[in-house]
Write a protein that binds this ligand. Structure first.
Ligand code: OAD
Length: 257
């Protein structure tokens, strides 16, 4: 379906150009155009019969560690086949043009860093990192045996992905850094998130309370939409490059330059 261009409000491009501090909260939607299923889309393929909430919890892992490990292994393998999309690249351009820019991502796919973004807070961890379930410490090498999950080379406990599961706390220092940046920014972009999961979903509200311009980029409205200064209704792979081009006409946001 041809998407007509989403109009970019002139006062928004002016705020971005004049802005010194911009914070982005990104969710699964920014990776959708890279082919990564969003969290609340129906699970595709082999995993269609499971709900993520039944896989991404410590209880689910204790109940069936092999199933949970294999689900993440399948998602890691799928990530090998995807690349950042123009939405990720547009944020790299934005970072290069602003004195203070930060992405707080809920995504665990590592695509912002792969696109070249440097100031990225991984609120929910990173699926490509592995840690010991018993020690809660990272493990970067282990011996793969016939059974999964593999075992910690230090203590023999199960290995697990270094991601935040339901009912688990976010890494405190990382979330606090996101909170502090949200309370100081002039423009806050909420991109590709259903804005349902706290505490990440509190960041745009923190920015709004501090007087920031709040922009939501999503093809669907969310509970955040009524609070947004600007709701840019469209796919981030189109809207973010348009936003960057409008604010910095000499930018080439789609490319990986
Ligand atoms: P969701 O799957 O809840 O929401 C994805 C959002 O992206 C929806 O609002 C879609 O409308 C939107 N979307 C889809 N395609 C898009 C596109 N091309 N461009 C822009 N937006 C698009 O994913 P999240 O909001 O990221 O947490 O979910 C937040 C958290 O819920 C996840 O990090 C995960 C889950 O619990 C943990 O695992 C701890």
């Amino acid at each position: 379906m041809a998407n007509e261009a989403v109009p970019i409000p002139p006062d928004l491009t002016a705020a971005l150009r004049a802005g010194r501090r911009v914070v982005v909260l990104s969710g699964a939607g920014i990776s959708a155009e890279s082919g990564v299923p969003t969290f609340r889309d129906a699970q595709t393929g082999h995993w269609a019969r499971f709900r993520p909430e039944d896989l991404a919890t410590p209880e689910a892992f204790r109940r069936n560690p092999k199933l949970v490990w294999d689900w993440y292994a399948a998602r890691r393998a799928q990530l090998q086949r995807v690349t950042p999309n123009p939405g990720h690249h547009a944020l790299v351009q934005m970072e290069r043009r602003l004195p203070h820019f930060l992405i707080a991502t809920q995504n665990v796919d590592g695509l912002h860093a792969r696109a070249g973004s440097r100031q990225v807070l991984e609120l929910h961890g990173n699926i490509t990192r592995t840690k010991c379930f018993t020690e809660n410490l990272l493990v970067d090498a282990w011996t793969d045996g016939p059974e999964t999950p593999p075992k910690c080379p230090r203590c023999g406990g199960w290995l697990r992905p270094d991601v935040v599961w339901f009912n688990e706390m976010l890494p405190a220092a990382i979330f606090e850094e996101g909170q502090a940046a949200s309370a100081r920014c002039e423009v806050f972009l909420s991109v590709g998130t259903s804005a349902l999961v706290y505490p990440a979903a509190s960041l745009p509200l923190e920015a709004l309370r501090a007087g920031a311009v709040l922009v939501e980029i999503n093809p669907q409205p969310t509970p955040l939409t009524p609070h947004a200064t600007h709701f840019l209704c469209g796919p981030s792979g189109q809207v973010l490059p348009a936003l960057v081009r409008a604010a910095w006409p000499d930018a080439h946001p789609e490319s990986a330059q």
